[in-house]
Design a protein around this ligand. Sequence first.
Ligand SMILES: NC(=O)c1ccc[n+]([C@@H]2O[C@H](COP(=O)([O-])OP(=O)(O)OC[C@H]3O[C@@H](n4cnc5c(N)ncnc54)[C@H](O)[C@@H]3O)[C@@H](O)[C@H]2O)c1
Length: 250
Amino acid sequence: MSGLAIVTGGARGIGEAIVRALLEQGVVERVAVFDLAAGSLAAFGAFPATPIYACDVTDEASVRAAYAAVGEVPTVLVNNAGGGRLDRVADGAEGENDAFDPFGSAESFREMVDLNLTSAHVVTRVIGPELVAGSAICNTASIAGLMPNSLFSYGAAKAGLIHWTKAMAKALAPTSIRVNAVAPGIIRTQLWEAMQPSQDAYDVMIKEIMPMQQDQTPENIADAVAFLCSDRASQITGEVIRIDGGLTLR
Ligand SMILES: NC(=O)c1ccc[n+]([C@@H]2O[C@H](COP(=O)([O-])OP(=O)(O)OC[C@H]3O[C@@H](n4cnc5c(N)ncnc54)[C@H](O)[C@@H]3O)[C@@H](O)[C@H]2O)c1
């Protein structure tokens, strides 16, 4: 494949690794990142620096402005931005964080669904109608969307994203546009830095819950995304690849 990929939330963490994998594995020639603040990613090897367009993926006008600034139809779209306000646990005041409260406020629930589900629809609604046959969309879901857990709104949003991935795959199949998702396990990005700031506590948790006794890396996730967006996966659509070291087998 050639051309351009648009990766949301690509300024750091899993998204940045996705940008790198798409370039280094030859899935695309160029990448444009949509993230909250404008900037650029450092050059990866022979590739020039990747531009970051300021964009809030929950806001359609903002997505339209960023897309207009790019001025090119991509062959790959990765809806990766997500996460949200999971950080107040770091204060040791779990009850204060709505995300961990089964009876949390409707406002914070909506906020989480907005960022982790509706945003993928918003971005795809803007860019999707222009995609040509052979293009690929990949969504970053989570194992939280596959198994019940204490992140109620986040898990519900990611479960919705998985369902939406399959519905979109079915809808777009006749146009030869593929839609897949990845479901990462646990990766110590800034998301986890905020949730579990102590490395010791994090290590104990990983040993306790991970069948393979280790967490995943951003590169583990990025490799699966690059594969799903490449021509090697040309007959794969509506798939959700778990990259979780067997966690969901428990
Ligand atoms: N880290 C994990 O353990 C884990 C596990 C499963 C799934 N995920 C998912 O992987 C994706 C990437 O997470 P990460 O761990 O790299 O997190 P991260 O917080 O390190 O990176 C998220 C990126 O998204 C951007 N972003 C956030 N809100 C945005 C918005 N409204 N508009 C545009 N950009 C926005 C941030 O600026 C940041 O660059 C998320 O969808 C997350 O839910 C992460």
